[in-house]
Write a new protein. Structure first.
Length: 400
């Protein structure tokens, strides 16, 4: 027998005829319940179209720019009598090289542009074909033909009960597809038509914003019943945008500018601007939360301590104090260095960590040192010290 040489066994898969007539491959519905037998294909990419156009048009028809340059400049340079003369004779070749390069660059740009236009047109046809299949599909499988961004759009609609009103939606599939259809029509509008539509939506959003809540609900109901859910969604989003814009305008109105501090800093716009930033960013609250009473105000303004003076003269009482420098817009801490000089260290308010004090400088460490010395005293010396400690300073030596 030559059973295994029959055509159906050499195919390596389902041949669909003979004893396999009517038998189809498994479609794996357990993994994807929306598997479709319809192949809508894939649009060609920009690169594919460019390759096809190049294959049809061929390479750039003009001479290679470098070859053209050599042929033009070579004979001219050969007859040069000096270096400067050779440079002068290169000019015609150089000009021709630039023209040839420009022509070749234009040729490449034209091919890319043609490929891009064809790819966009093909993508549009593909999307139209895909959406047409979604319109024809049943309630269960139509979502298979939607793009991810379309599904996300519908999910956003479903989360807003002002638009997705279950009591008014009789056919969810039709409601969803009408939304996508209107969205697609909006995206295809020319720029001027889209701007005109957006302007009208903005006017309607302003009116919607003025309505009482009950009137808004009635207005929403009217648009949904008229099949204008897409328009309603646009109005609601525009209204939300207007509210956010209003909040930003209100916030901006409360913000300080350099004009608010220009007199304080005697016309110094840099200092006035840094002070405005300090107030707008609420840095005072952050500094006080971090450093408390160690915050000692501003530095280098007309009525503030001057950095150069504090470094030069020094001030032990101000060591560890924090300032905001209106010259640089930075927070700084006043320090005493190990060599006895003074200086300022720029710090980040958010990340600054106070360094550990030098060993032996804390009160607890000093008291421990005193106690350690007390241990080596004689009994008489201890009695004298204890007697002294019992007497108050104002009573000491009076016997009272």
């Amino acid at each position: 027998m030559k059973t295994f040489r029959r055509p159906m066994f050499r195919k390596g898969g389902n041949v669909g005829d003979g004893i396999m007539t009517g038998i189809v491959d498994r479609s794996m519905h357990a993994e994807n319940p929306f598997v479709s037998d319809v192949d809508i294909g894939e649009p060609k990419t920009q690169e594919q179209y460019i390759e096809e156009i190049r294959a049809g048009a061929g390479d750039y028809g003009g001479m290679d720019p470098l070859t053209s340059f050599l042929l033009t400049a070579g004979p001219n340079v050969a007859g040069a009598t000096s270096f400067s003369d050779a440079i002068q004779r290169l000019q015609p070749g150089t000009q021709q090289l630039l023209k040839d390069q420009a022509a070749k660059a234009k040729y490449d740009r034209d091919i890319r542009m043609a490929g891009t236009k064809l790819a966009l047109a093909d993508q549009q046809k593909f999307d139209d074909r895909r959406f047409d299949l979604a319109l024809k599909a049943d309630d269960r499988s139509y979502q298979e033909f939607l793009k991810d961004d379309e599904r996300e759009y519908l999910a956003g609609i479903k989360a807003d009960d002002r638009i997705y009103n279950k009591e008014l939606i009789q056919d969810e599939r039709q409601f969803n597809l009408d939304l996508i259809k209107d969205q697609r029509a909006y995206e295809k509008l020319k720029l001027e038509d889209k701007q005109a539509y957006d302007a009208r939506i903005l006017d309607e959003a302003r009116e919607y914003n003025k309505m009482e809540k009950e009137d808004q609900r009635e207005y929403e109901k009217k648009l949904i019943e008229e099949g204008r859910a897409f328009e309603l969604e646009k109005i609601i989003r525009a209204e939300e945008f207007q509210e956010k814009l209003y909040d930003k305008e209100q916030e901006a109105a409360k913000r300080y500018t350099e004009k608010d501090f220009i007199e304080v800093y005697e016309g110094d716009t840099l200092q006035a601007n840094n002070r405005a930033n300090f107030e707008n960013n609420k840095l005072k609250t952050k500094v006080l939360d971090k450093f408390g009473s160690q915050f000692d105000g501003f530095l280098n303004g007309p009525n503030d301590p001057q950095e150069s003076t504090m470094i030069k003269k020094g001030n032990n009482k101000k060591v560890g104090k924090v300032y905001y420098d209106v010259n640089t817009g930075e927070a700084k801490i006043y320090n005493k260095k190990t060599d006895g000089t003074y200086g300022f260290q720029v710090i980040d308010i958010e990340t600054y960590v106070k360094p550990d004090p030098p060993k032996g400088s804390t009160k607890a460490e000093k008291d421990a040192k005193i106690d350690e010395r007390f241990e080596i005293l004689s009994d008489d010396q201890r009695r004298i010290i204890e007697e002294i400690q019992k007497n108050k300073p104002d009573d000491f030596g009076t016997g009272a």
